[in-house]
Design a protein around this ligand. Sequence first.
Ligand code: PMP
Length: 427
Amino acid sequence: PYTGPSAAEILSKRKEYLSPAMFYLYNKPLNVVDGRMQYLFDENGRRYLDAFGGIATVCCGHCHPHVVDAIVNQTKRLQHSTILYLNHAIADLAEALANKLPGNLKVVFFTNSGTEANELAIMMARLYTGCHDIISLRNAYHGNAAGTMGATAQSNWKFNVIQSGVHHAINPDPYRGVFGSEGEKYAKDIQDLIQFGTSGNIAGFISEAIQGVGGIIELAPGYLPAAYNIIKKAGGLCIADEVQGGFGRTGSHFWGFENHGVVPDIVTMAKGIGNGIPLGAVITTPEIAEVLTRRNYFNTFGGNPVCTAAGLAVLNVIEKEKLQDNAFVVGSYLKERLIALKDKHDLIGDVRGRGLMLGVELVTDHELKTPAKLETLHLLDQMKEIGVLVGKGGFYGNVFRITPPLCFTTEDADFLVDAMDYTMSKM
Ligand code: PMP
């Protein structure tokens, strides 16, 4: 049993010693002390079904024994920086990752986070093209350092610091967007941005395949191929941010971009890649990767032996346990059940997503799509009381984000939907 400090003691330490900017979910924050596969346990040993672990990087399941073993064994043997000597772990994971990508995407650079990966990707696009302008989508989240905060396009994540050279295109959001599901119509805005907001040439375009922080928004079909065409014509590189949608989460494909039939020039990843261990990566072609040789470039801990040993274990587990297939089967089942729930509860305006990356948008008026912000918060708390953890997202904070570990079962899906149904019925 857990014998550490109570939730109240931790809260008081946080108040005194940690940044006041740190936030937590729930009115009464949960003190989680143990994790096992799709479950989290609080200080009293109470079990919760974790349907939001995906955001916190877990794809194989919390403390998956194979990943834990890989981390422990490598920690006992050696942990060091990657910048001075040879070690097999970084090379092994690079090879395994490159084998997962199409075309000439064969060169890997490791980082410690998604922000770092996107910072590097954007810089490489700028160096390779000799241009500065980047286009990202409104409602996107790509990180919170100087460059990536520019690409992030939601005011609540943007500070008033210089974020130069990023233009934000109209979001191809099938639910709230002006053109509904007609992806190609939205892409025209990229052409306009290039024509009227830049010199005519750009460094690149960055987007997720399904916006995570933005509220599980699947880009309208046809958008990405049209967008990529326009970007390429303007000399830009296409960057796919797979921080949330990668590693089999969308079920039908290993990478989110594959759902749209495009091949990017640069792919970035983090979160799921390490199953909870800080690890990120940028993967590109040999030609583009060459730009970093113009100066010295390194990342002290990027690709360190312990994190890359974990990453290799993650890939093995995804394959051995057929987690991508599971994401497809369980995700499709869960989505069907959520769609049925929409017919029952007026509060649900939209159900969307793929595989185990699903969103439920709550509105108080179907015509006006008025965000049901308070209701979302209330239901989130009530579901926690029943033992189910889901996340929230979207600009208005009115979307349930369902991104569980990929070992989620149909029984888990039933429990989640029943909990949602029950709490909504009681409102
Ligand atoms: N890209 C996407 C799509 C993300 O969701 C996030 C984090 N929410 C990031 C990048 C940044 O990753 P990190 O927090 O690891 O820097």
